[in-house]
Design a protein around this ligand. Structure first.
Ligand SMILES: *Cc1c(COP(=O)(O)O)cnc(C)c1O
Length: 386
């Protein structure tokens, strides 16, 4: 795999040796593995990629295939796949904190991650401080002697704010603070945080990696040392493993990741431009805008973006925002994103540097034709005028 480009890794990574000549790996739908020698049996407990295998709660050949692909894409030594994105994120956080520790986290992090830090970990004596995160100095200033973890999400949820990964990574390494990032929005195709010194790179594979709205899965990419420690601790003890069939589906879907990303990003660019030209729209949040406020940082640490954007309508009556979304025929109203189908959800946003909450609409552009999506949104604006 050394030297392969992402498109090639997606097809052949972890699949160099075909079993019986099969071009698609078979599904190892088994919980346990038996051994002919005691030596092999004892070595299997290590959960190393390529075996010997022990028990599917720790490792399995189908998990290996996607893990090797992900590690190669993210330019890390190892990767593990999890039963969900939240399993990957919570295990990553658990691996870096103990009672009495302090965490610094970006304010616009994915909602359930925030809930885990503030509503769950707080019960075990771990305190979290939230920061806007645009200015690295603000992140540094929030650190205390007992800070053990920085939680990043760049681009972040709903507002797609970026953090300076190189600056934060260098600061944290010097201070011996672990860094974790939710890299789901950028995908491993467009951003590799480990190359900027970030320790733990998480993904929810329920989104772009899965890509067809048919699996729930997660992933974590990091050094051999961190992943191997996690295999014995959080991964095995919390029972966070992905099932073999889910991993097989994920591998099938990852083959088209680069193509799907390119398509949804081009639709999102087109829709962002359309929304900006509409008189009913106050603001559009989209990483791909030519005048994106953090364009210089974006071009330094990202190679592209995906199909998500948010807009703030000038009509701020909840009833009108709901009517807009309900009038859409192609865009479904639902959580998640990253699949084949377009979605639009009304939400109330209140980042810490805003005085009051505002109504927003989050849009995910799927794989439909962009012109059909534009026509659908035009119908939504018409419904609001009536
Ligand atoms: C959906 C999502 C998650 C959670 O992933 P699950 O697979 O649903 O557990 C985490 N982070 C981000 C940014 C997400 O969009």
């Amino acid at each position: 795999m050394t030297g392969w480009r992402p498109e090639t890794i997606l097809q052949h990574g972890g699949e160099e040796h075909h079993l019986l000549g099969a071009v698609v790996p078979p599904i190892f739908q088994n919980s346990t593995f038996v051994h002919e020698t005691l030596e092999s049996f004892l070595a299997s407990g290590e959960g190393r990629p390529g075996g010997p295998y022990n028990y599917s709660r720790v490792s399995n050949p189908n998990l290996d295939v996607v893990e090797q692909k992900l590690a190669a894409l993210e330019k890390t030594e190892r990767a593990k796949v999890f039963a969900s994105g939240m399993a990957a994120i919570t295990c990553a956080i658990f691996s870096a904190v103990k009672a009495g520790d302090h965490v610094v986290c970006v304010d616009t992090v994915y909602g359930p991650t925030r809930q885990f830090l503030s509503g769950f970990l707080s019960r075990y004596g771990v305190e979290t401080t939230y920061v806007v995160g645009d200015d690295p100095q603000e992140v540094f200033d929030a650190c205390r002697p007992e800070t053990s973890l920085l939680c990043l999400e760049s681009p972040s949820s709903i507002f797609f704010r970026l953090q300076d990964l190189a600056a934060i990574g260098a600061f944290a390494q010097e201070r011996g603070i672990t860094t974790v990032i939710d890299n789901t929005y950028a995908s491993p195709i467009y951003q590799n945080p480990a190359t900027f010194g970030i320790d733990l790179v998480c993904h929810t594979a329920s989104k772009y990696l899965g890509g067809h709205s048919d699996i729930i899965a997660g992933a974590l990419c990091a050094s051999e040392e961190r992943v191997s420690a996690m295999c014995h601790q959080e991964y095995a003890l919390l029972g966070a493993a992905l099932g073999p069939f889910q991993a097989w589906l994920m591998n099938r879907s990852m083959r088209t990741l680069h193509l799907r990303l390119r398509q949804v990003a081009s639709s999102a660019d087109c829709i962002a431009e359309f929304l900006r030209a509409r008189p009913e729209v106050e603001d559009v949040y989209h990483v791909g805008l030519p005048d994106f406020p953090q364009a210089e940082l974006r071009d330094r640490q990202m190679r592209g973006w995906g199909g998500l954007l948010t807009f703030m309508p000038k009509f701020q009556e909840k009833e009108k925002v709901v009517r807009f979304c309900e009038a859409l025929k192609i865009f479904g109203m639902g959580v998640s994103w990253g699949g084949h189908e377009s979605l639009a959800v009304p939400l109330e946003g209140h980042p810490m540097n805003w005085k009051e909450p505002r109504f927003l609409v989050r849009i995910y552009c799927g794989l439909e034709h962009a012109e059909d999506l534009v026509e659908d949104l035009t119908g939504g604006f018409k419904a609001v005028q009536q």
